[in-house]
Design a protein around this ligand. Structure first.
Ligand SMILES: [Fe+2]
Length: 583
């Protein structure tokens, strides 16, 4: 039997799991709208059903990664009432609370699904289909533990907010998950970082990684650091922390709903307009905010690692997209190992919810070590698209060797291989690759292909056995989710993938994770002596990663990418930079 799960919100997604290979995809990959915030994930749901050849009537249950019954039985209303008594409220907060209560009510969830299935595909939702509900942070936690081999783990889920929780700490002792500590709304590290993101001129729930990238360039004064502590301050017990609502929610919001006018005034900056110059003052604000979040995460983790002695620490929730903070947890808390799934944000909660359902019903959880969960594209279909588009291509005897040669000669290569990877990081299914020895290749990728800001580093894929050569702390990080300091050898040999702060956010590649990709990097190593490549996602700035071969070809035709590899097929530009005509 199979279960289906879907998430609505920022980065909506759907997955299916059970007695069949797990399928998963984010809505943005299918509707081509970055993040697809609050789009109902109907395309993702239909894609999962179609790829799995499962009918709705065959499903055992639909698992919703949110504790909806809390919204209909009065518990959430009472929680909000207590919150408002304790912290005061304003009309925007009351509206947000009311919207949540109606949106997450079980009847509303079911009705949205029923209506979207009917409108999109003419499918009736079976009236007897069972719904089960998994609390949001439980779903986050299971999305991490279903990917590890260790039986005993400390799990931190840190995000904007779930139903009531913003930060939760769990002890995983297979197959049980137990809550050991938490911080509720309004003490949200996700909301804090979202406020800073908007203050320095980006969009919340989108530009946080840019703030993290900027932070590596900043040197905030003591006064900015102290001011930041007034907004987000650690408690006396060494683990608690408090977010002062008067800087975030309670008060006038002239510039952004994410922070009040008190915040820029306290930090001595005017909110940065999106197109304004990036002044040093904003970079310093980013650095101070990053340091504040890192300190709190390190404090919490250190405390519970010392108390529970886990075999591994799992980080999940949207804040765990912050690879620099994850790196600090790895090196400063005594954690023996760290695991961050490639989808720690809300998009991964359907996978976690289905794993939680399995654990609760005494079944094997889906094995989430495999991250290639998107639809499959047959070589025959790809070849047909190449022929239809009239694009010259070849099918080399050894496509890996041919690709490695082109990479070694400085070509930028788009690499489309098999089922797409879950999450926001390219892990070798939809990647743009380049020579990590060459800052010129990195500049071409950044400026011409991706048009990214100068402070955003490119990440490498590094063969597992080469990681100790290039990373100061080379513990397992297969998803580019943990930053580590670069070694002297890295500075000498792969300068194109080192960030300004001296860190590398590597995909540590084990052969079993993706055999063909691993062989490609090995071929490059045979040619150059370097067991690493620039590996960045196959998309233009502001767009989702490509999903289909046709989308990949369209990107190839409209950018300065030199070579595209689609499964066994190789497509090259004619050497003088002309775009392909895909019309
Ligand atoms: Fe979340």
């Amino acid at each position: 039997m199979a279960t289906l799960s879907f998430y609505e919100g920022v980065n909506p997604s759907a997955g299916i799991s059970g007695d069949l290979p797990t399928q998963f995809i984010e809505e943005e990959r299918l509707n081509r709208i970055k993040h697809s915030a609050w789009h109902f994930p109907i395309r993702a749901i239909l894609s999962c059903l179609q790829t799995s050849a499962v009918e709705l009537g065959d499903l055992e249950a639909i698992i919703y990664p949110w504790d909806s019954p809390m919204y209909s039985d009065g518990r959430l209303s009472r929680f909000y009432a207590d919150l408002n008594r304790q912290y005061g409220s304003d009309s925007e907060t009351l509206q947000w609370q009311q919207a949540n209560i109606s949106r997450f009510d079980p009847g509303s969830v079911k009705e949205r699904l029923r209506r979207e299935l009917l409108r999109e595909a003419g499918i009736e939702l079976p009236s007897n289909l069972r719904f089960a509900y998994v609390p949001h942070h439980v779903a986050h936690a299971f999305s991490a533990v279903a990917g590890i081999e260790q039986a005993r783990a400390l799990v931190l889920a840190i995000d904007g907010s779930g139903e009531t929780l913003c930060t939760s700490v769990w002890l995983w002792e297979h197959p049980e998950l137990r809550l050991i500590w938490s911080r509720p709304i309004p003490h949200s590290l996700g909301w804090f970082y979202a406020a800073i993101t908007e203050l320095v001129g980006f969009d919340a729930y989108d530009g946080e990684y840019k703030v993290m990238g900027l932070a590596g360039l900043g040197t905030p004064s003591q006064s900015v650091v102290k001011s930041m502590q007034m907004v987000l301050h650690p408690g006396d017990d060494g683990i608690s922390y408090f977010l002062d609502r008067s800087y975030i929610h309670a008060g006038a919001h002239s510039f952004s709903t994410r922070f009040t006018d008190k915040l820029p005034s306290l930090l001595g900056v005017t909110p940065r307009a999106r197109r304004a110059r990036m002044e040093d003052a904003y970079i310093d604000v980013a650095a101070a905010a990053q340091a504040a979040v890192e300190r709190i995460l390190v404090n919490i983790c250190k405390h519970f690692v010392s108390r529970y002695r886990p075999e591994i620490v799992c980080l999940t929730g949207g804040v765990a997209m912050n690879v620099k903070a994850n790196g600090a947890v790895l090196t400063e808390t005594g954690a023996p190992a760290i695991w961050v799934p490639p989808y720690p944000n809300d998009s991964g909660t359907p996978l976690g919810a289905m794993a939680a359902y399995c654990a609760a019903t005494g079944r094997l959880m889906p094995d989430l070590r495999n991250v290639f969960l998107g639809p499959y594209y047959d070589d025959g279909v790809i070849e047909k698209q190449l022929i239809t588009a009239g694009i010259p291509y070849s099918r080399p005897h050894d496509v890996l060797q041919e690709t490695a040669k082109r990479l070694a000669s400085g070509n930028v290569v788009a690499w489309f291989h098999g089922r797409s990877e879950a999450g926001q990081r390219a892990l070798g299914a939809r990647s743009i690759l380049g020579d990590p020895r060459s800052p010129a290749v990195a500049a071409r990728v950044n400026n011409v292909v991706k048009r990214r800001e100068r402070w955003r580093p490119l990440c490498p894929v590094i063969l597992e056995e080469q990681c100790t050569r290039y990373l100061v702390d080379a513990r397992v990080s297969p998803h580019m989710m943990v930053a580590a300091n670069a070694t002297a050898e890295a500075s000498a040999e792969i300068p194109a993938v080192i960030h300004a702060d001296g860190s590398i956010r590597a995909q540590m590649l084990r052969p079993d994770d993706n055999p063909e990709f691993s062989q490609l990097v090995s071929c490059f190593k045979e040619l150059t002596g370097i067991g690493a490549l620039i590996n960045t996602s196959m998309n233009r700035a502001g767009q989702p990663m490509v999903e289909t071969a046709l989308e990949a070809l369209e990107l190839f035709g409209s950018t300065a990418i030199d070579v595209m590899v689609l499964g066994p097929f190789l497509v090259e530009k004619n050497g003088n930079g002309h775009s392909l005509d895909l019309s």
